[in-house]
Write a protein that binds this ligand. Structure first.
Ligand code: KIV
Ligand code: NA
Length: 275
């Protein structure tokens, strides 16, 4: 199993880090078998698995439920679990309690928190407590309402400067890794060069230390719209739909089940039964 030191080493050796989300036992199993370096149990599960239109309805219970399933499917892969909206704001005591629950009950290797500013205190506290923290800057979906929607962040010199400072502050607070979402590639390159911790991009260009994508986007599984920064590697949804339609057709036509799917009672038992 890789650990936070392995990822620093990968950064220094320019070996790219492949991160992928997973939300349940089979997706985690496939992710591990595919050789991903880090599995993220993202709160994107609210959208791609639970059908909400944002991540804000996702609860600590949801993250624990899915995190445990992912752990069972990927025993040998470094797992990061998102702290959901509202679970790490307010008092530090409460944030630590929620973090402890998610960390202990899921058995994950790290937790991910969005933002800097007041979140820096939480990153510091969790790290000192022994919980590795992954930061997340740029487009932070939990605060999309305040950002004015899901759009590219850090496009002005002023916003870029603030993001760079936030990134350095996350590292100084103890973050072991940083996710940058939906920012210009030049800014992502700058942040990646400025930090010693690995920087993982999504919609942040090719010059970060690694990439992360959402499982369902990568496999085109589910009918939601794909952002510009995604590349899909398989038409899974289409394959599944074809399989399911074929099943329905065969039930309707009587082609399934066939003889090889049935169980047979011996002739003598049948005679006893019917006399
Ligand atoms: O929830 C999620 O899937 C994420 C990634 C997109 C970084 O936070
Ligand atoms: Na997330």
């Amino acid at each position: 199993m890789k650990n936070t030191a392995s990822f620093i080493k990968m950064k220094t050796q320019s070996e790219k880090i492949a991160m992928l989300t997973a939300y349940d036992y089979p997706s985690a199993k496939l992710a591990e078998e595919s050789g991903v370096d880090v599995i993220l149990v993202g709160d994107s599960l609210g959208m791609v698995v639970l059908g909400y239109d944002s991540t804000v309805k996702v609860t600590v219970e949801d993250m624990i439920h899915h995190g445990k399933a992912v752990r069972r499917g990927a025993k040998d892969t470094f797992i990061v679990v998102d702290m959901p909206f509202g679970s790490y704001h307010g008092s530090l005591d409460r944030s630590l309690q929620q973090a402890m629950r998610i960390f202990q009950e899921t058995g994950a290797e790290a937790l991910k928190l969005e933002g800097a500013d007041e979140v820096l205190d939480v990153i510091r506290l969790l790290t000192r407590t022994g919980i590795p923290v992954v930061g997340h800057l740029g487009l932070t979906p939990q605060t999309a309402g305040v950002l004015g929607g899901y759009k590219v962040q850090g496009k002005t010199a002023h916003a870029a400067q603030k993001l760079l400072e936030d990134a350095k502050a996350c590292e100084a607070a103890g973050a072991c890794m940083l996710v940058l979402e939906c920012i210009p590639y030049q800014l992502a390159r700058e942040v990646t060069a400025a930090l010693s911790i690995p920087v993982i991009g999504i919609g942040a260009g090719a010059e970060t230390d690694g990439q992360v994508l959402v499982y369902h986007d990568t496999l085109k599984y589910g009918s939601h719209h794909l952002p510009k920064f995604v590349r899909s590697y398989a038409e899974t949804g289409e394959i599944m739909k074809n399989g399911l339609s074929a099943y329905v057709d065969e039930v309707k036509s009587g082609a399934f089940p066939a003889e090889e799917h049935r169980f047979t009672m011996k002739e003598e038992e049948l005679q006893q039964l019917y006399g």
